[in-house]
Design a binder for this molecule. Structure first.
Ligand code: HEC
Ligand code: HEC
Length: 452
């Protein structure tokens, strides 16, 4: 034994003492206290609780549509329908039948986004590891693909916005009160006349837009457990109306309300687990809720906001990657103005939620950014990248912020990892009643997903 051994033992003993001491005094650090104070101010005095996302089974506290109250039976049905490629019964080409689902463009591995700059429903082939391997099938013409002129936003944390889509067109309540004259007959927006909130309306209309349907006499309903699941979820709906696109949409909307990123480090921190975030993430959070003023447009539990702002981001047709069915003339580029027709709303887009963005590295309504650092630097510079947006439309809060490069790093860390729920696969079912592969069921996707 050499002379160093007792010192080594002493040092070890000392370390144990130190770590014991730390455990004993586990509580808020100075930085934690600062963040708590900043959150209190940001929430108008309410404090941390304002930003807590409920547990996914806390049906009494999750924000919901009073006309579509949450129930376990509805959520369980909706989870299956959302992932069900068996609903793909109205394809443009016969080879598309049974190959796509809502989750084709909004799946858990991509933070319920599409994992590519432009989501592809029908006409897509392949999945890759997280959607990056999906490409248009060569037998589809561009105008036969199910694609939109905007990036696919997340279907997660939608419970915090009564109006959905980048232009907020879906949902009969909230910002859309008084817009009835825009709910044009014969278009998907007409669905607003059913009177539900955005998640419900989007799902009911979306099934049709994305070439899916549910009918009582289909094999899918009559030969699987779906029939009894609809019975349990909608016992009060008359049998003739019980197995339809409307009830399916209501179930999907209910399920989507439970897709909440409540296991992200920031959420754990809000619930008192001070160790769940690094000091860098905490510094980033202090910036987000204070000096960087992100909360003037992202200030609810989902870090979204039910309003529309022009921050001058580019449109999808300008992407470097191939895009389909989008051109400079698309009305979609006008944002809220494309729905209301009011020039004052032009170029204003709905403030998106900010959780798990790292899962799908395409940001902005036109996928014009590839990293969260690029987005944060964009806000820090405060210079519009899209020359089509008149300076007079830009929001006054979109302005140079003067953050140092270390501060930018901190804010990026908060977004990238502090707001990252690592366990979204808990929202994915083991199987769907058709026993099809999901979220996609084309041959290349089946290979990629290991379904064969
Ligand atoms: C082809 C890919 C694709 C498919 C399939 C698809 N979506 Fe989407 N989804 C999008 C795009 C793109 C948008 C944004 C469209 C817009 O803003 O005009 C969107 C928007 C949404 C939103 C609104 C999010 C927000 O923050 O406003 C929800 C919720 C949603 N989809 C759910 C669904 C459901 C439910 C289904 C199945 C019925 C579905 N999607 C099928 C691409 C897709
Ligand atoms: C004036 C309102 C406003 C302010 C201030 C603001 N944002 Fe946003 N943010 C938006 C809007 C609106 C979008 C979507 C814009 C678009 O796609 O055209 C957006 C998009 C984003 C995105 C991309 C999300 C996605 O899914 O594409 C991130 C990340 C983001 N903001 C973070 C921040 C951070 C961090 C700050 C503070 C430095 C901030 N925002 C300040 C309104 C704002």
């Amino acid at each position: 034994m050499n002379w160093k051994a007792p010192i080594f033992t002493l040092t070890l003993f000392g370390l144990v003492l130190v770590s014991c001491k730390k455990d004993d005094t586990e509580g808020p650090s100075e930085l934690d206290v600062t963040l708590e104070e900043v959150l209190k101010d940001a929430s108008g005095g309410i404090g941390k609780g304002y930003y807590v996302l409920p547990n996914s089974d806390a049906y009494s506290v999750i924000p919901q549509d009073p006309n579509n109250p949450l129930s376990k039976a509805k959520v369980e049905l909706g989870q299956l329908l959302y992932h069900e490629t068996g609903l793909a019964v109205a394809p443009m080409q016969a080879i598309g039948e049974g190959t796509y689902s809502c989750a084709s463009c909004h799946f858990a591995q991509a933070g319920f986004q599409a994992g590519r700059h432009q989501g592809i429903g029908e006409g897509g082939t392949g999945f890759g590891l997280a959607g990056e391997g999906r490409e248009p099938h060569t037998s589809y013409a561009a105008n036969e693909l199910d694609v939109q002129p905007l990036r696919t936003p997340s279907a997660m944390n939608g419970a915090y916005q009564p109006n959905l889509l980048w232009n907020g067109q879906f949902g009969a309540t909230g910002k859309n009160v008084g817009t009835q004259d825009k709910w044009t007959a014969g278009t998907p927006i007409e669905t607003n006349f059913l009177g539900f909130e955005g998640l419900e309306i989007q799902a009911i209309a979306g099934l049709n837009v994305h070439r899916m349907d549910v009918t009582e006499d289909s094999d899918l309903v009559t030969t699987t457990e779906y029939k009894s699941m609809f019975d349990k979820a909608f016992p009060d709906v008359p049998a003739v109306d019980r197995y339809t696109r409307v009830t399916a949409g209501l179930a999907i909307g209910a399920f989507e309300r439970t897709i909440l990123s409540n296991e992200a480090p920031f959420q754990k921190w809000l619930r008192g687990e001070y160790e769940s975030m690094t000091d860098q993430e905490k510094r980033g959070a202090v910036l987000f809720f204070d000096k960087a003023n992100c909360i003037s447009c992202h200030n609810n539990a989902a870090l979204s906001q039910m309003d529309f702002y022009a921050v001058g981001m580019k449109d999808l047709y300008e992407c470097d990657e191939p895009v389909f069915n989008t051109a400079p003339s698309d009305a979609a580029h006008l944002g809220r103005g494309s729905f209301t027709g009011n020039p004052n709303d032009n170029y204003k887009f709905k403030s998106p939620q900010l959780y798990n963005l790292a899962d799908s590295p395409f940001y902005g309504h036109g996928s014009s950014f590839r990293t969260l650092r690029d987005v944060v630097e964009y806000f820090n510079d405060g210079i519009a990248e899209n020359p089509a947006v008149p300076a007079s439309q830009l929001d006054p809060e979109f302005k140079p912020l003067g953050m140092t490069s270390d501060e930018v790093d901190d804010l990026v860390a908060f977004l990238e990892t502090g707001l990252y729920d690592p366990n979204l696969m808990r929202y994915v079912p083991e199987r769907v009643p058709s026993n099809n592969c999901f979220p996609n069921n084309d041959q290349a996707s089946r290979d990629d997903l290991g379904c064969n």
